[in-house]
Ligand binder design. Structure first.
Ligand code: NDP
Ligand code: 8X3
Length: 252
């Protein structure tokens, strides 16, 4: 029987690239996102290599997630790998000028959506004594930057939640990995700047950022290691990115 991967955020960026990467090796795919047209297009693209089940849904909707993930069609029921990629940053302004609705959206998607998907699939994984939760964290979990406030904090949740899951899963064969990418060119910045493509382009100008394909390759590697190996945390940046010195404010 083929392996099955469930990918949230499959309509763009890392999730979409993961769908293509896992499909290359014939995995069954369960693809989740809100944009139905994109899910349909991806299904049409990949269905000659994989069995594909799409679930158009908003991961913030607890009832919809529970219903969709706990009532999977027979062929897709035994999920081997969950890739929690759905997520976003909104805004890059200082905390005191931020829109509180944006903060809610980041918390509801990056934290609560990831929780709902994980909690829906975990019991089956434990029962089958087989499974792998792969979370898309971020370097923003560890390294603060101006304008990172709630986004970075949601990814710090992802990092600690991933570690705590490992504690609970000790003694089972269920694995948990937190992948923490740095700058990657996807639709991430277009979303962050609310459709302002020129601002988004500015982030990547004259750099060679990571790509969705890079992260998909890493994710596939992590997911296909022998079962006794658990990568806890994998931090990855483009070579053109590193840390700045600590900032010091000096009075003039
Ligand atoms: P993209 O914007 O390209 O993709 C984000 C995906 O998340 C889309 O498929 C979108 O689908 C989905 N999504 C967003 N909100 C929801 C929701 N409420 N319900 C269901 N799906 C949702 O960004 P990336 O691929 O770059 O981001 C993927 C993950 O990686 C995110 O968690 C992000 O924080 C993280 N990350 C990104 C980095 C980067 O520099 N690009 C670096 C580090 C981490 P749809 O709109 O159709 O619902
Ligand atoms: C995305 C990377 O540096 O924009 O998580 O926060 S960053």
């Amino acid at each position: 029987m083929n392996n099955t991967v469930l990918i949230t955020g499959a309509t763009s960026g890392f999730g979409q690239s993961c769908a293509r990467r896992f499909s290359e090796n014939g995995w069954n795919l369960i693809l989740i996102g809100r944009r139905t047209d994109r899910l349909d297009a991806l299904k049409a693209e990949l269905m000659n290599k994989s069995l594909v089940h799409i679930i158009p849904l908003d991961v913030r909707d607890r009832e919809a997630v529970t219903a969709g993930l706990q009532n999977l069609p027979e062929l897709f029921r035994n999920v081997d790998v969950l890739i929690n990629s759905a997520g976003l940053a909104l805004g890059l302004g200082p905390a005191h000028q931020s829109d509180l609705d944006d903060w809610d959206t980041m918390v509801d998607t990056n934290i609560k959506g990831l929780m709902y998907c994980t909690r829906s699939l975990l019991p089956g994984m434990v029962e089958r004594n087989r499974g792998h939760i792969i979370n898309m964290g971020s370097v923003a979990a560890s390294y603060p930057y101006p304008g990172g406030h709630v986004y970075g904090a949601t990814k710090a949740f992802v990092a600690q939640f991933s570690r705590n899951l490992r504690s609970d899963l000790l003694g089972t064969c269920v694995r948990v990995t937190n992948i923490e990418p740095g700058m990657a060119e996807t639709e991430f910045s277009i979303v962050r700047f609310k459709g302002d493509a020129s601002k988004a382009d500015g982030i990547y100008q004259n750099t060679e950022p990571l790509t969705g394909t890079d992260i998909a390759e890493i994710t596939y590697f992590v997911a296909t290691l022998p079962e006794h190996i658990n990568i806890n945390n994998l931090e990855v940046m483009p070579t053109c990115q590193a840390w700045a010195p600590l900032a010091v404010h000096r009075e003039k």
